[in-house]
Design a protein around this ligand. Sequence first.
Ligand SMILES: C=C(O[C@H]1C=CC=C(C(=O)O)[C@@H]1O)C(=O)O
Length: 354
Amino acid sequence: MSTTNYVCYRLPEQKEYVRLEQREGEPVAMKSVKDLNGRKGFVFAPFQPSEETPVWLLQPDSIERKAVGEGDFKHCEEHSNTELKRKIAEYEKLERKNYRLRFGLCKTMFKLGKVSKLVIARHVHEMQYVVGDPEELFLHACRLYPHQYIALVNMEHAGTWLMATPEVLIEGDGLNYHTMALAGTQKMPVDYRPGQELKWSEKNRKEQSYVATYIADTLRPMTKTLDHGHPHTTMAAQLLHLRTDFDFTLNDDVQLGDVLDALHPTPAVCGIPKDAAKKLILEYEKDERKYYSGFCGPYDPEGETQLYVTLRCMEIIERHYILHAGGGIVPESKEKEEWKETEMKLNTMRDVLR
Ligand SMILES: C=C(O[C@H]1C=CC=C(C(=O)O)[C@@H]1O)C(=O)O
């Protein structure tokens, strides 16, 4: 499927999307986020850079702006094969058991004092849908989720990924930058009005405050100015999250790649303390996260940068889709509720398929 190197992205609230293609040569593969210093292009970075999953930088020789339009999406067909259905049911049982085990392990790590927050993720194989054209799926996602950042990344060596994410990692114009601490989740009530404030549990507030504190502590030594607002409710497809916004300008000797290297991965996708949490995640989700919970978007330290965290996403592989979603676990978390939360997050991509 991934024979050409192209990306399509649509910023929140926009009616147009951008299609970038690199026909000459290959996207640059980098070993670390810091290697972005002095470069520009479209970045596709993994949770943890490695030989198999480097940081990619696509440098387009074709740039098109196109209307999303109305369009009529032909939904993916479902396989009717009973043997496949039996396999899927078996797989789902195993996946449920596996999550329970990892949640238990998380609680042990809290008791041992190794971590105080850990994001555990699920990597779910959906095999019952017959694959459609990824660009059609992208357009369908744009129409379904007008308030999200939608991106389709198709790179020969990274595969084909589609996302509808609410989380900005860094956006700015070369001078003024913005980021957000996004965490805590609840289902959006049917009568929810945009801007409406809701009650948030102590558990959700704590989960989000870890992210806000981490961002403030990380940015403080790198920035000339740093301002932040209060945690408030924000929408993401069928869900609500808690969010704190940060605006900042960089110290003269700090480059944007250094800031990304310091920030990523935030406790919204990793944990606290960062190194211990990352070590546990790499131990238990070694080959699975890949580009999920990394970041992607246009990057130009002297111009426009719009980098988002790769959440509510799926990898499209010839015969099936691998959907990814995780959630922050703290000692107060309850297993069944956390499982339900990951199901709701997975539904963002499932709803694009069904
Ligand atoms: C890790 C994910 O979401 C993060 C962003 C918002 C809320 C989150 C939470 O409530 O756990 C996560 O930190 C995901 O969607 O896979």
